[in-house]
Design a protein around this ligand. Sequence first.
Ligand code: CDP
Ligand code: CDP
Length: 234
Amino acid sequence: EANQLVIAIDGQSSSGKSTLAKAIAKALGLVHIDSGAMYRALTLYAMRYWGDKLTQLSAQELEGWLQTQYAHMQISFVKDPQTQQNQTHLNQELVESEIRTMEVSNRVSKIAQLASVRTFLIDQQRLLAAKGGVVMDGRDIGSNVLPNAQIKLFVTTSIHTRVQRRLEELKITDPNVTYQEVEANLKARDFDDENRSLAPLIQADDAMVIKNEGLTKEEVLEQAMKYIQKALLN
Ligand code: CDP
Ligand code: CDP
């Protein structure tokens, strides 16, 4: 049944996971959960409190402070009535744009390495998927958060294309952002995400690779839908 379906989509930064997840959710009537948005919202919360001092804290100090904050940190998704897309909220405040800035992107992967951060967010991600009817995208969804997902996709795109696509997005709100800056951020996050000890970015054994290079969004969706339909018949 499509309504009970759980689909996991993983891949490197800016590989096209969220775009594909949104399109699949729309096509199959599923809810899209962007797990990366949760790590970004938590990072924004810490940045607002600590400001520039955030980089000076040790992992231990940061985790100690976070333990006192988890009870006050509510991250939620609210469907926008116009676009029908989920919008990220932090303590009821709409933070969808603010979590996408370079400032947050430059901090998020260090915070996503912390054990208590992952436990806090992964528990919520599993609850959000518990009733089914969900497409969730991230880094460890197929391999760790939802290992029983019926469909697992792993999106791949070259670094050059990923940088160019992300640059185009960021330029809309920040005309000063450069190719070099975006490239450095994507490479640093790929490295951190692939090499951390807790649930690193990895292609699950049973994941289908979706190549998102030189294709339009529509072509990528078609490729994924064909695979999903075939997999569901088996
Ligand atoms: O959109 P983009 O691919 O640039 O990143 P994102 O999906 O918003 O994720 C931001 C960061 O959150 C990643 O670089 C990871 O450090 C972390 N993340 C994670 O650790 N596990 C996930 N399931 C999703 C994101
Ligand atoms: O979620 P993730 O960070 O993996 O990537 P995304 O934010 O979904 O996609 C990054 C950018 O690539 C977006 O601006 C998309 O519009 C664009 N794009 C795509 O996802 N797929 C294509 N076939 C072409 C462009």
